[in-house]
Design a protein around this ligand. Structure first.
Ligand code: KG4
Ligand code: ZN
Length: 331
């Protein structure tokens, strides 16, 4: 079976061709970062229009790169939600139209399922069951994964997602959108020991997260500092350390609670270098293994949707023509 994956939930148009036997054959990614940069965040209407402009040329290119034509495609997977409704509708409409025209099934995929399966695209792939920490711009959650479609949410953010906290704090530090990777870069110049941020919700039982307090703490700390570049870097360092520490404490708890030794970390924040350093140390101590998607598949992409969709199609799922998008959708 060979599937096209279409991702348009936010500001990236991601297209990929995945083959059951041969694995990933091609993938195309167009990021709208420059388009939204002047506004300091994603403008939903501009995002939808840009997806419309890019989606068909990217699908054509992905087919050429995969050395195949429409007659080789057995199904179309698209991100059905959660995400920006207009952006989702572009992917969903194109996917279902192609499926109708080509006489193949279409299947809607949950964006976070795509993220949590992204490490499976590369070797060594994590075996089920595992604990997944999903940390993106829109969601933060801890999930017990027993197999495809067998997900138990162990905890999630009660307010901002981890990536959102990175982006908002980056903005306070005067960095451009999307600030997460820029804050991480700034933190490389920071020194330890100047500021101590809280580790939210770690002093009580449970696996939920809360990150909005860190952003407020950052705002107050910046205001009280001398605003020099070095102080800003020190604040970025302390903020990042607090997020990573908090995620590590919760993951340790989740692994203990489930008795599992395999941990998957996915979503945009899993691209963070310092996070990978800290988690390598922690998992070594716990004698467990941590798996990440390859860097380019930490953030939104079509490959993870093609892979998740192929699994869904193989299980006999497909969508009718009337299916649209589901901007709010729990895993
Ligand atoms: O998964 P993703 O592409 O989009 C959503 O599904 O939301 O994640 C994007 C998020 C943004 O908040 C971005 O700032 C954050 O991931 N991010 C990072 C890094 N790279 C991306 N945060 C911290 N450090 C990074 N290196
Ligand atoms: Zn995402």
């Amino acid at each position: 079976m060979r599937v096209i994956g279409i991702e348009t939930s936010c500001d990236e148009t991601g297209i990929a061709v995945y083959d059951e036997q041969q694995g990933l054959l091609s993938h195309q990614l167009y990021s709208q970062v420059k388009l939204h940069a002047d506004y300091g965040g994603v403008v939903p209407e501009l995002a939808s229009r840009d997806h419309v402009r890019k989606i068909v040329p990217l699908i054509k290119q992905a087919l050429v790169d995969a050395n195949c034509t429409q007659s080789d495609i057995d199904g179309i997977a698209f991100t059905k939600g959660p995400g920006l409704v207009g952006a989702l509708l572009v992917g969903s409409s194109v996917a279902r139209s192609l499926a109708f025209a080509w006489g193949v099934p279409a299947v809607g995929v949950h964006h976070m399922e795509g993220h949590l399966l992204a490490p499976v695209l590369d070797e060594p792939a994590p075996e089920f069951p595992f604990v997944a920490l999903l940390v993106s711009g829109g969601h933060s959650m801890m999930v017990r994964v027993d197999g495809i479609g067998q997900y138990e949410i162990l905890g999630e953010s009660v307010d901002d997602a981890a990536g959102e906290a990175f982006d908002k704090t980056a903005k306070l530090l005067g960095l451009d959108y999307p600030g997460g990777p820029l804050l991480a870069k700034m933190a490389e110049k920071g020194e330890a020991g100047h500021y101590k941020f809280p580790r939210p919700m770690t002093d009580r039982p449970g696996l939920d997260f809360s990150f909005s307090g860190l952003k407020t703490f950052a705002a107050n700390t910046i205001r009280g500092s001398d605003q020099s570049e070095q102080s800003k870097a020190n604040i970025a360092y302390a903020f990042q350390e607090a997020v990573i520490d908090t995620l590590a404490i919760k993951c340790k708890r989740a692994l203990k609670q489930t008795g599992l030794k395999r941990l998957v970390i996915a979503g945009g924040v899993s691209a963070n270098k310092q996070l990978r350093v800290e988690f390598a140390l922690m998992m070594k101590k716990l004698q467990g293994t941590v798996f990440y998607p390859r860097l380019e598949f930490c953030t939104d992409n079509g490959a993870m949707i093609a892979y998740a969709g192929l699994q869904r199609l193989k299980a006999g799922e497909s969508e009718g023509l009337s299916t649209k998008a589901q901007p709010r959708w729990s895993l």
